[in-house]
Ligand binder design. Structure first.
Ligand code: 13P
Length: 249
């Protein structure tokens, strides 16, 4: 049985005052039937993990370096995230691929580093609008998964997030049929390559909101969501967690 995961990516948003949102979410869902994860900016990871009323809400980072420690000004290692109380780290998000030139090979090395630190890697893939218009979506995500996910991936240490770049922050989402096509394709790829490929969770991300979450969670091979804007406030993320929890029960 695959673990369902409602994951929030706060991106470069949030200061200490926002931590109360995590406790509000935790108290609204004391015992959800799915896993719940918040990935705040690196400055808040330790404080978020130390919240007295965080309950079962897990905390993750949004990126890590490939190394454990060293002369890498501005970077954070997977070991440091784990030390701060993180259990997960998002890797290869399209914003990092675009803003920082991250390649599949680099994402794979970061994923290895996350695994070595005992973190669950949430590895992101997804096509641009130009890729989709050119009919290249499945080719693009296949290359990204092959290149970004190491051969040692298991259901316990890796989650894949399909995030079409053109759906992120735009209010536009693929049709349910398009989501199913990509998720079924990714599932087949994972099953073909990994012993535990049928148990690796596959998240959808890109403009997931309270109003569309339930229908997306009913799609074949969708095991949860990676949510940006709607994860910042408990009143928005709560209904998404509720929809996934209902779909998991
Ligand atoms: O990039 C995303 C999550 O990683 C999705 O962002 P939005 O939910 O704001 O579209």
């Amino acid at each position: 049985m695959r673990r369902k995961l409602a994951a929030g990516n706060w991106k470069m948003n949030g200061t200490k005052g926002n931590l109360a949102q995590i406790e509000a979410l935790a108290s609204a869902f004391p015992d959800p039937a799915c896993d719940v994860l918040i990935c705040p900016p690196a400055t808040l990871v330790a404080a978020a993990a130390a919240l007295p009323d965080r309950r079962s809400v897990r905390i993750g980072g949004q990126d890590c370096h490939t190394g454990v420690a060293g002369a890498h000004t501005g970077d954070v290692s997977a070991a440091m995230l784990a030390d701060a109380g993180a259990t997960h780290v998002i890797l290869g998000h399209s914003e990092r691929r675009a803003d920082h030139g991250e390649t599949d090979a680099l994402v794979r090395a970061k994923t290895d580093a996350a695994h070595a630190a005992g973190l669950i890697a949430v590895v992101c893939v997804g096509e641009t609008e130009a890729d989709r218009d050119a009919g290249r979506t499945l080719d693009v995500v296949a290359v990204q998964v092959t290149g970004s996910v190491p051969d040692t991936a298991t259901a316990a240490n890796t989650v894949i997030a399909y995030e079409p770049v053109w759906a992120i922050g735009t209010g536009r989402t693929p049709t349910l049929e398009q989501i199913a096509e990509v998720h079924d394709f990714l599932r087949a790829q994972l099953v073909a390559r990994f012993d535990q490929g049928s148990d690796i969770s596959l998240l959808y991300g890109g403009s997931v909101k309270p109003g569309n979450a339930a229908e997306i969670f009913a799609v074949s091979n969708v095991d949860g969501a990676l949510v940006g804007g709607a994860s910042l406030k408990a009143e928005d993320f709560g209904p998404i967690v509720a929809a996934l929890s209902a779909a998991s029960a």
